[in-house]
Design a protein around this ligand. Structure first.
Ligand code: SF4
Length: 315
Protein backbone atom coordinates (compact mmCIF):
# COMPACT_ATOMS: atom_id res chain seq x y z
CA UNK A 1 0.00 0.00 0.00
CA UNK A 2 1.42 3.43 -0.95
CA UNK A 3 2.16 5.81 1.89
CA UNK A 4 0.28 9.16 1.76
CA UNK A 5 2.54 12.17 1.15
CA UNK A 6 2.39 14.59 4.07
CA UNK A 7 2.84 18.18 3.06
CA UNK A 8 3.21 21.72 4.32
CA UNK A 9 1.41 24.41 2.32
CA UNK A 10 2.52 28.03 2.71
CA UNK A 11 0.14 30.95 2.28
CA UNK A 12 1.20 33.94 0.23
CA UNK A 13 1.38 36.70 1.17
CA UNK A 14 2.05 36.13 4.86
CA UNK A 15 3.96 37.84 7.65
CA UNK A 16 5.34 41.36 7.85
CA UNK A 17 3.45 44.17 6.13
CA UNK A 18 4.87 47.53 5.10
CA UNK A 19 3.66 49.25 8.30
CA UNK A 20 5.34 46.68 10.56
CA UNK A 21 8.56 46.77 8.49
CA UNK A 22 8.64 50.55 8.87
CA UNK A 23 7.93 50.50 12.62
CA UNK A 24 10.69 47.96 13.32
CA UNK A 25 13.10 49.89 11.07
CA UNK A 26 12.38 53.08 13.01
CA UNK A 27 13.26 51.33 16.28
CA UNK A 28 16.39 49.64 14.90
CA UNK A 29 17.70 52.78 13.22
CA UNK A 30 17.07 54.75 16.43
CA UNK A 31 19.10 52.17 18.36
CA UNK A 32 21.97 52.58 15.86
CA UNK A 33 21.87 56.36 15.94
CA UNK A 34 21.13 57.22 19.58
CA UNK A 35 22.24 56.08 23.02
CA UNK A 36 20.39 53.24 24.70
CA UNK A 37 17.85 52.79 25.98
CA UNK A 38 15.38 53.83 23.31
CA UNK A 39 11.88 54.06 24.82
CA UNK A 40 8.89 52.64 22.94
CA UNK A 41 5.36 53.43 24.06
CA UNK A 42 3.40 50.14 23.94
CA UNK A 43 4.49 47.05 22.00
CA UNK A 44 5.80 48.53 18.76
CA UNK A 45 3.97 45.73 16.92
CA UNK A 46 1.94 42.95 18.53
CA UNK A 47 4.47 40.15 18.41
CA UNK A 48 6.19 38.50 21.38
CA UNK A 49 9.36 37.52 19.47
CA UNK A 50 9.82 40.99 17.97
CA UNK A 51 9.33 42.66 21.36
CA UNK A 52 11.74 40.29 23.15
CA UNK A 53 14.41 40.72 20.48
CA UNK A 54 14.18 44.53 20.61
CA UNK A 55 14.37 44.43 24.42
CA UNK A 56 17.64 42.51 24.12
CA UNK A 57 18.98 45.19 21.76
CA UNK A 58 18.28 47.99 24.25
CA UNK A 59 14.63 49.00 23.91
CA UNK A 60 12.61 49.80 27.00
CA UNK A 61 8.86 49.37 26.46
CA UNK A 62 6.63 51.66 28.53
CA UNK A 63 2.88 52.06 28.86
CA UNK A 64 2.65 55.81 29.14
CA UNK A 65 4.51 58.95 28.16
CA UNK A 66 5.11 59.91 31.81
CA UNK A 67 7.44 56.88 32.12
CA UNK A 68 9.79 58.36 29.47
CA UNK A 69 12.60 60.42 31.05
CA UNK A 70 13.69 63.85 29.80
CA UNK A 71 16.33 63.90 27.06
CA UNK A 72 15.44 60.35 25.98
CA UNK A 73 14.58 59.11 22.47
CA UNK A 74 11.06 57.70 22.26
CA UNK A 75 8.92 55.99 19.64
CA UNK A 76 5.15 55.56 19.31
CA UNK A 77 3.93 52.13 18.18
CA UNK A 78 2.54 51.26 14.72
CA UNK A 79 -1.01 51.30 16.14
CA UNK A 80 -1.12 55.09 16.50
CA UNK A 81 -1.79 57.35 19.46
CA UNK A 82 -4.44 59.87 20.54
CA UNK A 83 -3.95 63.63 20.15
CA UNK A 84 -3.65 63.79 23.94
CA UNK A 85 -0.65 61.45 23.97
CA UNK A 86 0.97 63.36 21.11
CA UNK A 87 0.42 66.69 22.86
CA UNK A 88 1.84 65.34 26.11
CA UNK A 89 4.97 64.19 24.24
CA UNK A 90 5.30 67.59 22.54
CA UNK A 91 5.15 69.34 25.91
CA UNK A 92 8.00 67.22 27.27
CA UNK A 93 11.72 67.50 26.80
CA UNK A 94 12.49 64.38 24.76
CA UNK A 95 12.71 63.53 21.08
CA UNK A 96 10.19 61.14 19.59
CA UNK A 97 9.51 59.34 16.32
CA UNK A 98 6.02 58.35 15.31
CA UNK A 99 5.95 54.77 13.99
CA UNK A 100 2.18 54.93 13.40
CA UNK A 101 1.41 53.07 10.16
CA UNK A 102 0.51 55.61 7.46
CA UNK A 103 -2.69 53.61 6.80
CA UNK A 104 -3.75 54.18 10.41
CA UNK A 105 -2.89 57.88 10.08
CA UNK A 106 -5.18 57.96 7.04
CA UNK A 107 -8.08 56.86 9.30
CA UNK A 108 -7.13 59.53 11.89
CA UNK A 109 -7.31 62.16 9.14
CA UNK A 110 -10.72 60.87 7.99
CA UNK A 111 -12.06 61.23 11.55
CA UNK A 112 -10.77 64.81 11.74
CA UNK A 113 -12.16 65.69 8.30
CA UNK A 114 -15.64 64.35 9.13
CA UNK A 115 -15.69 66.17 12.48
CA UNK A 116 -14.63 69.43 10.79
CA UNK A 117 -17.52 69.02 8.38
CA UNK A 118 -19.92 68.61 11.31
CA UNK A 119 -20.53 64.88 10.89
CA UNK A 120 -21.02 62.40 13.71
CA UNK A 121 -18.81 59.35 13.20
CA UNK A 122 -19.28 55.62 13.72
CA UNK A 123 -16.01 53.75 14.23
CA UNK A 124 -16.18 49.99 13.56
CA UNK A 125 -13.49 48.34 15.68
CA UNK A 126 -12.58 46.29 18.73
CA UNK A 127 -12.98 48.04 22.07
CA UNK A 128 -9.68 48.47 23.89
CA UNK A 129 -7.42 47.68 20.92
CA UNK A 130 -4.62 50.32 20.89
CA UNK A 131 -5.45 51.35 17.31
CA UNK A 132 -9.07 51.98 18.30
CA UNK A 133 -8.03 53.87 21.44
CA UNK A 134 -5.77 56.05 19.26
CA UNK A 135 -8.43 56.66 16.58
CA UNK A 136 -11.11 57.55 19.15
CA UNK A 137 -8.58 59.93 20.68
CA UNK A 138 -8.08 61.72 17.35
CA UNK A 139 -11.70 62.91 17.36
CA UNK A 140 -11.63 66.64 18.11
CA UNK A 141 -13.78 67.04 21.24
CA UNK A 142 -14.41 70.73 20.50
CA UNK A 143 -15.97 69.96 17.08
CA UNK A 144 -19.47 69.62 18.55
CA UNK A 145 -19.76 66.18 16.90
CA UNK A 146 -19.74 62.70 18.43
CA UNK A 147 -17.87 59.48 17.75
CA UNK A 148 -19.45 56.09 18.49
CA UNK A 149 -17.62 52.77 18.64
CA UNK A 150 -19.47 49.68 17.41
CA UNK A 151 -18.37 46.04 17.21
CA UNK A 152 -21.57 44.14 16.43
CA UNK A 153 -24.98 44.41 14.72
CA UNK A 154 -26.53 44.72 18.19
CA UNK A 155 -24.36 47.78 18.84
CA UNK A 156 -25.76 49.36 15.65
CA UNK A 157 -29.34 48.72 16.81
CA UNK A 158 -28.59 50.44 20.11
CA UNK A 159 -27.07 53.57 18.51
CA UNK A 160 -28.90 56.76 19.41
CA UNK A 161 -27.81 59.30 16.80
CA UNK A 162 -29.85 62.43 16.17
CA UNK A 163 -27.68 64.01 13.47
CA UNK A 164 -28.47 63.41 9.77
CA UNK A 165 -24.88 64.07 8.93
CA UNK A 166 -23.06 60.83 9.62
CA UNK A 167 -19.91 59.01 8.46
CA UNK A 168 -18.17 55.74 9.30
CA UNK A 169 -14.54 54.66 9.50
CA UNK A 170 -13.07 51.28 10.45
CA UNK A 171 -10.11 49.76 12.24
CA UNK A 172 -7.53 48.58 9.68
CA UNK A 173 -7.24 44.95 10.79
CA UNK A 174 -10.83 43.69 10.96
CA UNK A 175 -12.45 40.72 9.26
CA UNK A 176 -13.23 41.92 5.74
CA UNK A 177 -16.43 39.84 5.50
CA UNK A 178 -17.81 40.82 8.92
CA UNK A 179 -17.07 44.48 8.29
CA UNK A 180 -18.89 44.37 4.95
CA UNK A 181 -21.95 42.98 6.77
CA UNK A 182 -21.76 45.64 9.49
CA UNK A 183 -21.50 48.40 6.89
CA UNK A 184 -24.60 47.04 5.15
CA UNK A 185 -26.52 47.10 8.45
CA UNK A 186 -25.28 50.64 9.13
CA UNK A 187 -26.38 51.77 5.66
CA UNK A 188 -29.81 50.26 6.05
CA UNK A 189 -30.30 51.96 9.44
CA UNK A 190 -28.71 55.26 8.37
CA UNK A 191 -29.23 55.58 4.59
CA UNK A 192 -27.34 58.91 4.42
CA UNK A 193 -24.19 57.60 6.12
CA UNK A 194 -21.02 58.14 4.13
CA UNK A 195 -17.68 56.34 4.31
CA UNK A 196 -14.48 55.66 2.45
CA UNK A 197 -14.86 54.17 -1.06
CA UNK A 198 -14.52 50.58 0.30
CA UNK A 199 -13.58 50.53 3.98
CA UNK A 200 -10.39 51.31 5.88
CA UNK A 201 -9.23 47.71 6.15
CA UNK A 202 -5.66 47.79 4.89
CA UNK A 203 -4.23 45.96 1.86
CA UNK A 204 -2.16 43.63 4.12
CA UNK A 205 -5.18 42.49 6.15
CA UNK A 206 -7.20 41.95 2.97
CA UNK A 207 -4.41 40.00 1.19
CA UNK A 208 -3.68 37.75 4.19
CA UNK A 209 -7.38 36.98 4.63
CA UNK A 210 -7.76 36.12 0.93
CA UNK A 211 -4.70 33.86 1.17
CA UNK A 212 -5.88 32.04 4.32
CA UNK A 213 -9.25 31.31 2.68
CA UNK A 214 -7.43 29.66 -0.21
CA UNK A 215 -5.14 27.81 2.24
CA UNK A 216 -8.10 26.51 4.24
CA UNK A 217 -9.58 24.93 1.12
CA UNK A 218 -6.41 22.90 0.55
CA UNK A 219 -5.35 21.90 4.07
CA UNK A 220 -6.72 19.89 6.97
CA UNK A 221 -5.11 22.10 9.62
CA UNK A 222 -4.00 25.73 9.42
CA UNK A 223 -1.32 27.09 11.75
CA UNK A 224 -1.49 30.86 12.08
CA UNK A 225 1.76 32.29 13.42
CA UNK A 226 1.04 35.36 15.49
CA UNK A 227 0.61 36.55 19.06
CA UNK A 228 -2.70 36.44 20.94
CA UNK A 229 -2.67 40.25 21.08
CA UNK A 230 -2.44 40.57 17.29
CA UNK A 231 -5.80 41.54 15.85
CA UNK A 232 -5.05 40.56 12.25
CA UNK A 233 -3.62 37.16 13.33
CA UNK A 234 -6.77 36.38 15.35
CA UNK A 235 -8.89 37.22 12.30
CA UNK A 236 -6.85 34.76 10.18
CA UNK A 237 -7.51 31.93 12.67
CA UNK A 238 -11.24 32.77 12.80
CA UNK A 239 -11.46 32.86 9.03
CA UNK A 240 -9.77 29.48 8.58
CA UNK A 241 -12.26 28.05 11.10
CA UNK A 242 -15.19 29.67 9.30
CA UNK A 243 -13.98 27.90 6.17
CA UNK A 244 -14.33 24.64 8.13
CA UNK A 245 -10.62 24.02 8.76
CA UNK A 246 -9.15 23.38 12.18
CA UNK A 247 -6.84 26.27 13.03
CA UNK A 248 -4.37 27.14 15.77
CA UNK A 249 -2.84 30.49 16.63
CA UNK A 250 0.76 29.88 17.70
CA UNK A 251 3.55 32.20 18.79
CA UNK A 252 6.16 29.67 17.66
CA UNK A 253 6.87 25.93 17.35
CA UNK A 254 6.65 25.41 21.12
CA UNK A 255 2.88 26.04 20.93
CA UNK A 256 2.32 23.18 18.45
CA UNK A 257 0.48 20.21 19.95
CA UNK A 258 1.55 17.20 17.92
CA UNK A 259 -1.61 15.25 18.86
CA UNK A 260 -3.73 17.86 17.09
CA UNK A 261 -1.82 17.41 13.83
CA UNK A 262 -1.76 13.62 13.97
CA UNK A 263 -4.41 12.95 11.35
CA UNK A 264 -3.58 15.83 9.02
CA UNK A 265 -1.78 15.02 5.80
CA UNK A 266 -1.61 18.67 4.79
CA UNK A 267 -0.73 21.44 7.23
CA UNK A 268 -1.16 25.04 6.08
CA UNK A 269 1.00 27.80 7.51
CA UNK A 270 0.37 31.51 7.44
CA UNK A 271 1.62 34.40 9.56
CA UNK A 272 -0.02 37.59 10.76
CA UNK A 273 1.28 40.98 9.63
CA UNK A 274 3.47 41.33 12.74
CA UNK A 275 4.98 37.81 12.73
CA UNK A 276 8.56 37.39 11.45
CA UNK A 277 9.41 34.93 8.65
CA UNK A 278 12.12 33.27 10.88
CA UNK A 279 9.32 31.71 12.95
CA UNK A 280 7.67 30.31 9.79
CA UNK A 281 10.99 28.71 8.84
CA UNK A 282 11.47 27.32 12.38
CA UNK A 283 7.99 25.77 12.26
CA UNK A 284 8.78 24.16 8.89
CA UNK A 285 12.04 22.72 10.30
CA UNK A 286 10.07 21.35 13.24
CA UNK A 287 7.44 19.67 11.03
CA UNK A 288 9.80 18.08 8.47
CA UNK A 289 11.10 15.35 10.85
CA UNK A 290 7.46 14.56 11.64
CA UNK A 291 7.04 13.45 8.03
CA UNK A 292 5.88 16.71 6.45
CA UNK A 293 8.76 16.76 4.03
CA UNK A 294 7.01 18.17 1.01
CA UNK A 295 6.75 21.98 1.15
CA UNK A 296 4.60 23.84 -1.35
CA UNK A 297 3.89 27.54 -1.85
CA UNK A 298 0.24 28.18 -2.50
CA UNK A 299 0.88 31.07 -4.88
CA UNK A 300 3.52 33.67 -5.53
CA UNK A 301 1.53 36.76 -4.60
CA UNK A 302 4.06 39.45 -3.77
CA UNK A 303 3.34 42.78 -2.13
CA UNK A 304 5.25 45.85 -3.26
CA UNK A 305 3.99 48.43 -0.74
CA UNK A 306 6.70 50.27 1.23
CA UNK A 307 6.51 53.30 3.54
CA UNK A 308 9.19 55.95 3.97
CA UNK A 309 11.12 56.36 7.20
CA UNK A 310 11.21 59.70 9.01
CA UNK A 311 13.83 61.98 7.37
CA UNK A 312 16.14 61.92 10.43
CA UNK A 313 16.44 58.13 10.21
CA UNK A 314 16.67 57.55 6.47
CA UNK A 315 20.17 56.81 5.14
S1 SF4 B 1 -1.60 45.63 9.25
FE1 SF4 B 1 -2.10 47.26 7.77
S2 SF4 B 1 -2.54 49.06 9.03
FE2 SF4 B 1 -1.48 47.58 10.35
S3 SF4 B 1 0.67 48.13 10.20
FE3 SF4 B 1 0.31 46.61 8.60
S4 SF4 B 1 -0.18 47.80 6.74
FE4 SF4 B 1 -0.39 49.16 8.50
Amino acid sequence: MSKKIKEIVLANPRGFCAGVDRAIDIVEKSLEKYDEPVFVRHQVVHNKRVVESLEKKGVKFVKEVNEIPDNAVAIFSAHGVSSEVENEAKSRDFMYFDATCPLVTKVHLEVQKHARKGRDIVLIGHKGHPEVVGTLGRHPKDSGTNIFLIETKEDIEKLKIKSDSLAYVTQTTLSVDETTELIEVLKSRFPNIIGPSADDICYATQNRQDAVKQLSLECEVVLVIGSKTSSNSNRLKELAEKCGTKSFLIDDKTDIKIDELKFATSVGITAGASAPEDIVQEVISYLVPLGYNHVRNLSENKESMTFKLPRELSD
